[in-house]
Design a binder for this molecule. Structure first.
Ligand SMILES: O=C(O)CCC(=O)C(=O)O
Ligand SMILES: [Fe+2]
Length: 213
């Protein structure tokens, strides 16, 4: 028989299945072991080295053609990561992201075709006021992805918690998420307003978006 499609065996991935179920049920998912502790530690070192080399920029609001730096809205500094020029560590980071994206596209027909990721550092005293990620004038953003790179022993008192807001039947509820090292949060970019509460100790992360077309 003439086979049109290759028989690529589909292997169910329990971690990805849990992420998909979480997002379908509650619009977000929290994963504690998406990256290994070693990867998290090395990504933190990489972030800190690049930050010391003064290549981070003040994060802006608005789209990329019309950026405004507004410290009353967000005070973090960021560095976009270019996948085509990724070092081995960043390449390993993107390999895991790409594996998740391939799975999502295959099982959920999400049509993720692009992605953008940046390192982020929130100096003490900074925050990111409540917003929707599509407020960057980019409705191609489907899923927001944050991985926290703080040191082991991060305490809730350090501030910088991510708060997700839910509006159901005219009642607002919130979910508070502490930026513990290695924790990954994935949520629906177009549906969930969220904010980063004021940071009392420098807060490190990689944030990105999985986008259509
Ligand atoms: O760092 C976080 O917890 C969220 C960051 C965020 O909301 C953003 O960069 O759009
Ligand atoms: Fe955001």
């Amino acid at each position: 028989m003439n086979q049109l499609f290759e028989d690529i065996p589909f292997v169910e991935n329990p971690q990805y299945e849990r992420i998909i179920n979480d997002i379908l049920l509650q619009k977000y998912s929290i994963v504690e072991n998406f990256f290994t502790p070693q990867e998290v530690m090395e990504l933190r070192q990489s972030l800190l080295e690049k930050h010391e080399a003064n290549v981070f920029k003040k994060a802006a609001i608005g789209n990329r053609l019309n950026e405004v730096i507004e410290k009353s809205v967000r005070g973090d500094v960021i560095l976009w990561i270019d996948e085509t020029r990724a070092d081995p560590l960043e390449a390993a980071f993107f390999a895991k992201i790409n594996s998740l994206v391939a799975y999502l596209n295959k099982t959920c027909f999400l049509g993720i075709a692009h992605k953008e990721f940046h390192y982020a550092l929130y100096p003490e005293g900074t925050f990111y006021k409540r917003h929707l990620d599509t407020f960057q004038n980019d409705d191609r953003r489907k899923l927001s992805f944050v991985c926290y790179l703080n040191e082991a022993g991060w305490l809730p008192e350090n501030g910088g918690e991510l708060v997700l807001y839910f509006n159901e039947q005219h009642t607002e509820t919130e979910k508070i998420i502490y930026p513990f090292p290695g924790r990954v949060v994935i949520f629906e970019s177009q549906l969930l307003e969220h904010e980063v509460k004021p940071v009392k100790t420098e807060r490190l992360s990689i944030t990105g978006w999985l986008k259509t077309h």
